[in-house]
Design a protein around this ligand. Sequence first.
Ligand code: UTP
Length: 315
Amino acid sequence: MERGGVREGRTPYTRCLKEVKVGIHKAVIPAAGLGTRLLPATKSQPKEMLPVGRKPAIQYVVEELEAAGITQILIITGQKKRAIEDHFDRDPALIRRLQETGNHKLIGELEYEEVGVQLFYTRQSKQLGTAHAISLAENFSDGEPFVVCLGDSIIKSEYPGAFLKRLMDTHEKRNASATIAFQEVKSEDVVKYGIASPDPEHIEGLQFKLKGLVEKPAIDEAPSKLAISARYVFSPEIFNAIRKTTPTTNGEYQITDSIRLLMEQSEVWGLKLGEGEKRYDVGGFESYFKTFVTFALADEEAGESFKKYVTDLLS
Ligand code: UTP
């Protein structure tokens, strides 16, 4: 497929809408990564489809975007990722079967298939990193700012979508070229993440201007404990920055490097997750286990008995 080409064409109707649209309406979910840290679980299935409680991880991401008012989502997929497209497709045969057996509760569980957003898919044929995956969205973004949510990370919050809305508002208010989500992590964990160097002269509440970004610093060299947290808003300048990005030693183009280039010519802002908002990811076994258990314990039906089971197991 042509670079940046998307399946499901833009309709004349959406073209008309563009004339009167204000705000941010588009989002990209990179979900083409190989997921090698989760082998063998991800040998033939996408890590974004790993269950977290009752739903696959990527369903939370799509629901968060929908709750934030996004109307068009481009999912970047690749080999062995067909399950993602199948999951969001309507399955009339399954619904008919559930209707025949009178299983109305389970039909309710499939309501997500009716998501009020338009989903598009494009394939990244070589896994050349997150920046390369995002570069495939250039035609889709069509000169508009857009949200990026990594497909293996969930923001858990009482109000789904509220954080993303604040991220988009910050982006527009600050006229930034990029606005990035950050979460405070423990000192011993800064070595695992891209860490913010905030500009002390531009900090307002949870918003701050970025002076720099340091990749996986040692504790004593970290400029803060604010770790990049899988949610971004970009203006179209990001595509030029990606074109200028040089690959890392393993041949991947990392979005953090592109953001650093962007920072040289324009303003990049950060927004901290608020109270009660937390990032969870399914990228490695330890984080996946923690994520699963957190969501399973919060399950409305099975949570209480699961909690009892875990308590007994640990006592
Ligand atoms: P990761 O940085 O966790 O990379 O991706 P990965 O390749 O999936 O995992 P490991 O390191 O091999 O275990 C973060 C998000 O970006 C997507 C992934 O699918 C994931 O949702 N991604 C990553 C792409 O879409 N393309 C890439 O080339 C790399």
